[in-house]
Design a protein around this ligand. Structure first.
Ligand code: SF4
Length: 187
């Protein structure tokens, strides 16, 4: 992600990490990107009842170059896949993705050749939000969880170890975690 990759480890980096995480988590701008019925629920969070403006996120950016959060709200068709990826590529680093709803997370009820069976086939997903559709409160909850995730993200050399730890933790949650050889994960 640029300069932070060159940062040394140590006490000073921990302080910088906290500052950077706090600043990043509280300055998210979503890209304007709605694909199907879930997008209606996403739009509802902009109203006074749910008030996404409390996070300073009411500005849904019309250009991906001024957005760092993609909320994939709705099913992704095979035709839309390359467009979604292009928008993601045009967003500046660091950037995050929320897969909103069953369709974006896994294809939902559309188990057919026309729909991408989960947007993680196209872009890396940070938060999966279940539901059909998820209510606006659930989206706000997902945003709060993403905030915490961003605040906990390490920088520089410590980031690599953090990713390895995440991967190890994730594998232990798999049903085959008790299979022979599954414990032999890299340190
Ligand atoms: S999860 Fe349900 S509400 Fe959301 S896009 Fe799919 S069908 Fe529509």
């Amino acid at each position: 992600m640029g300069l932070e990759e060159k940062l040394p480890s140590g006490f000073l980096l921990t302080t910088v990490e906290k500052l950077v995480g706090y600043a990043r988590a509280n300055s998210l701008w979503p890209a304007t990107f709605g694909l199907a019925c879930c997008a209606i629920e996403m739009m509802a969070v902009g109203g006074g009842r749910y008030d996404i403006a409390r996070f300073g996120m009411e500005r849904f950016s019309a250009t991906p170059r001024q957005a760092d959060l993609m909320i994939v709200a709705g099913r992704v068709s095979q035709k839309m896949g390359p467009v979604l990826r292009q928008i993601y590529d045009q967003m500046p680093e660091p950037k995050w993705v929320i897969a909103m709803g069953a369709c974006a997370s896994s294809g939902g009820m559309f188990n057919n050749y026309a729909i991408v069976q989960g947007v993680d086939h196209l872009v890396p997903v940070d938060i999966y939000l279940p539901g059909c559709p998820p209510r606006p409160e659930q989206l706000l909850d997902a945003i709060l969880k993403l905030h915490q995730q961003i605040k906990d993200t390490k920088l520089g050399v410590q980031r690599e170890q953090q990713l390895i730890d995440f991967e190890r933790e994730r594998r232990t949650m798999l049903p085959l975690a008790s299979a022979p050889g599954s414990a032999e994960l890299p340190r």
